[in-house]
Design a protein. Structure first.
Length: 364
């Protein structure tokens, strides 16, 4: 076998000659994952950088910039000895004291993808008092490159983090951010998915279709779901009784059975169906309806969102499934892209969900 050249490696890897050459030069025009692929292959075939010119390419003096030993992305700094010191990037994941398993799955996705990319993660739980008093987590000053907010925090708390020059990544965003975008956002698509769920109910002849969620006036994801419901109803020319359309219930203790029984009592008409903002709401509403003597789905059909099978009642809810682990992985991928494009405008990445129809939404 002849000596490895840029041309021969490009052919073996299925890449262009120019891409291989740029990867060996640590060019910003090539993604870090491609650089890793090229560098690993170059070493495996015994490619000698100093001999690159033999096939017409400019010879890079070394495989620079990319730290293979870290398993992925790392920062490289010069120390007093003149040698390079490589450390993995550190990500802090912020969550609230909410014990929902859903957030654990998102965090699991973040941790696994970060590990594959050579980044380190740590989870910090922010209490209500800490958020109110603007107390940042311990360790945030210890070389944290980015903070991932898997739940929403106050604008004041986010501003406190920004003062430290730390990058921010969000799983949702507030409907009205007075300061404008302050970081990249990965969010669940909710409009089209809920349009599909609502049309499914309409197609079965249901007319008095209600809506129940929380914080639709504050959180983009919840507003999107409400927007999808409203669009489908308008398109069908349906105007349900206002008493069964509750996007922003006034309650300090929303997720409890008593609250949902009060909501059912407030209905002036019996709904044919209710589109719920998530599966937890669907679960509590189903319990409240049954307490009041209604059958689900025979009397009132129900839909949810999230496909939280662990918390579902029988019948399982028609819902929208977006793998929470994938959402977490996508946040890390967004971070890795930001490392290569630090000056690019902030991005909002929409992740599509899959509509799942089950018995809770059908009366047949």
């Amino acid at each position: 076998m002849g000596k490895a050249t840029i041309q021969s490696m490009a052919k073996q890897l299925g890449l262009s000659r120019n891409t291989v050459s740029l990867a060996l030069k640590d060019s910003e025009l090539v993604t870090a994952r491609t650089k890793e692929l090229v560098i690993r292959h170059a070493r495996s075939v015994g490619y000698l950088p100093g001999e690159a010119s033999q096939d017409g390419g400019e010879a890079p003096s070394e495989f620079s910039g990319y730290a293979e030993e870290s398993g992925g992305y790392a920062r490289t700094e010069k120390v007093e000895t003149g040698k390079e010191n490589t450390e993995p990037f550190r990500i802090m994941i912020l969550r609230k004291t909410d014990i929902a398993v859903y957030w654990d799955k998102v965090i699991s996705g973040i941790s696994s993808e970060a590990s594959l990319s050579g980044c380190q993660t740590q989870v910090a739980v922010v209490t209500k008092d800490a958020e109110k008093n603007l107390v940042l987590p311990i360790g945030i000053d210890d070389g944290i490159k980015a903070v991932f907010c898997v739940q929403l925090f106050s604008e004041e708390y986010i501003a406190k983090i920004r003062e430290k020059g730390i990058w921010l990544f969000f799983l949702d965003e507030r409907k009205s951010m007075e300061t404008g975008a302050v970081g990249d956002v990965v969010k669940m698509e909710g409009v089209n998915a809920v349009v599909a769920l609502t049309k499914h109910l309409i197609d079965q002849g249901m007319k008095q279709i209600g809506f129940l969620s929380e914080n639709s006036d504050r959180y983009e994801t919840m507003y999107d779901r409400y927007d999808g419901y409203c669009y489908a109803m308008r398109q069908a020319g349906l105007s349900p009784d206002p008493s069964i359309v509750i996007p922003n219930p006034e309650s300090d203790f929303f997720y409890r059975l008593q609250t949902f029984e009060e909501i059912v009592d407030s209905y002036r008409v019996k709904p044919d169906a209710v589109v719920c903002g998530n599966d937890s709401i669907a679960k509590f509403l189903t319990q409240a309806l049954r307490e009041k003597g209604y059958r689900v789905p025979e009397d009132v059909a129900i839909t949810g969102f999230d496909n939280d099978e662990e918390g579902m009642l029988d019948p399982f809810f028609s819902t929208v499934y977006i793998n929470p682990k994938w959402l977490g992985r996508r946040m890390v991928q967004c971070f890795l892209w930001r490392l290569e494009h630090p000056d690019a405008p902030f991005e909002k990445i929409m992740v599509e969900g899959k509509v799942i129809l089950r018995r809770s939404s059908g009366k047949n």
